[in-house]
Write a protein that binds this ligand. Sequence first.
Ligand code: ZN
Length: 148
Amino acid sequence: MSGLDDLYREIILDHYRTPRNRGELDPPAVRVEGFNPLCGDEIVVYLAVTDGVVTDIKLTGQGCSISQASSSLMSAAVKGKSVDEARAVIGTFKDLMMGPSATEPTPSELRKLGELAALAGVVKFPVRIKCATLAWNTLTQALDETSN
Ligand code: ZN
């Protein structure tokens, strides 16, 4: 077990035990539910977008530590960002989970991801990838609904 793995595990446990942006938002915020039947993970994303900026995001839900830590990390990564920036973060994260180089992110990729890099180890466990990506797929759906 390397020091980096320890750090990543700490970040995931921290976000699981103390999830960021927990709660609900009233309409007109968009509300989108995500479900991962393989693991039983549930996430509800509440998203408020004003003038092309993610002004607020809240989450409820339950599930495994990976799904809930990933949703917390996701909310912290996109809150206050423009919609374009948020979509870019989603793309970077999904590349990490699914891209051809997914097994070994480069140091510069890891730097760009910040705390999200803690989830990089998930690619070694393919059944958990759906846990890690659930929040991000739900966020994509919420962004699509706000732009209508
Ligand atoms: Zn799960």
